[in-house]
Design a protein around this ligand. Sequence first.
Ligand code: ARG
Length: 545
Amino acid sequence: MIKEKIIEDLANSDFSIENLAEVPENFTGDYSLPCFFLAKRLGKNPAEIAKEFASTYKPQGIISKVENMGPYLNITLDRSKCANYGEECLNFDDFKGKVACIDFSSINLAKHPHIGHLCTTIIGASIARILEKVGYKVVRINYLGDYGTPFGKLITAVKKWGNRQEIEKIGVDALQDLYVRFNQEESEELIASARDEFRKVEEKDSEALEVYNWIIEISLREMHNIYDQLGIKFDDYNGERYYEGKKDEVIALLKEKGLVFESEGALLVNLSEFNLTDFMVQKSDGTSLYSTRDIAAAIDRKNKYNFDISLYVTDTAQNLHFKSLFKTLELMGYEWAKDLKHIGYGRLSTPDGKIASRRGKVAVLKDIFESAENKAFEIVKERDLDRQVATDIGVSAVSFGLLKTERVKDAVFDIESALNFEGETSTYLQYTNARLNSIFSKANESGIKEISVREYTLNEEEFACIKHLDLYKEMIFNAYNNFEPCYVARYAIKLATLFNKFYANCKVVSEDEVVSAYRIGLCRKVQAVLVDCMQILGVKIIEKM
Ligand code: ARG
């Protein structure tokens, strides 16, 4: 890494990589080193420290100049010594042998997944790929919401008004309609029947169970289309119903540890000491809750996968639930409770406000993908590309559009701007990659030899690309440490921008053999990193655009 080399060449044991920053545009120098952190220890003011160092330092190695500017040391690099930097290996095995569980998507079956589920699906998938990048073995878990009264309601509605063949044909939309109808016509009788039907499922009544399983199948079928489009596969589909079966064990454990108290027939864990509301683990009718099932699931995952970290990707509205869950597990004596992390994300909306979902009007994921694809098709038609390309552009625009904002922030998703060829979009990345492909075929036609060039003096555009490529690993680890795919998104956009600037100002296929060879090599490096980022972000590669 360039930064490591700079520190080495500064030859001062006080300086470390962490202090080294890139110099903002319009300032002299390439990197800068603020001297504040030394002031206390050396008993001098930072400006003095910088001045002293600059006046005695003799440039060496990669460094051509060091100047002091106030409390900063501005470092200029020798352009003839940087040509061979930039990440060579893109797989980092720092966490090799470690296991990460990631619970994401976790849709509630029988109801149409809403925009929030799109976020957890896309953010979760991307974080899973970041975890793999740094070396983890990743277990992807879709903790299905396949338990509770909604199913009783649906079974009742299906039995009363449903036409199975038609539902088979239409899919989950038809179930959604029945669900809405149930809620509209809601009466005491209907509610009682719903409760009854779900009780029958739990008692494994074969008729109720048959309808239940069929509903699950219809719902999953549809989700699988979306997962396929996004290229996501799960390793574990154990859902809430599975863990309901482990409720008694959990309650027994909690009682054994003396952690529960009774209130109006219900059981709760007292968390007031920790500034948390009490965590109810059993209702007065003896049934389990979301909380109980999550306790069972966490323990089961530890036993099954022996994870080093275990993540949960849901919207920030569930912050309190996960705080209470983790605290409860800690109180139960599980030292691994510290390895559980809630990855929250903010609310998503569209410019027309349509997504603010009301009952029966949920913004369906399918619609989002379809409208993205249709819009992309207009672009594709102009360019004479085929339908599959439109699908790839559309799906990528949705993924990237959700990932480019910091995940905890509320975001606005606008499909029009997500499909721009310029600007911060997946289309821009895809277009840049396709441009790189065409450069390679042109170079090939012109008979450019791709030889490695050792001695080369970089111009400013080339240097900017190298400097950015060299930050790849550091960026990936930042993205990992903060579970933030948006760092990858920003990095990729900047890489594409720097590359396009280089391409606009420098001829890749030139008369000079060495220059051509170096530049082609640089293009290869850019493409490798760009494609790597695109893969992490769920942006599909399009060979030609
Ligand atoms: N199904 C839940 C929902 O849609 C999310 C589940 C998240 N995972 C968990 N282990 N609680 O809100």
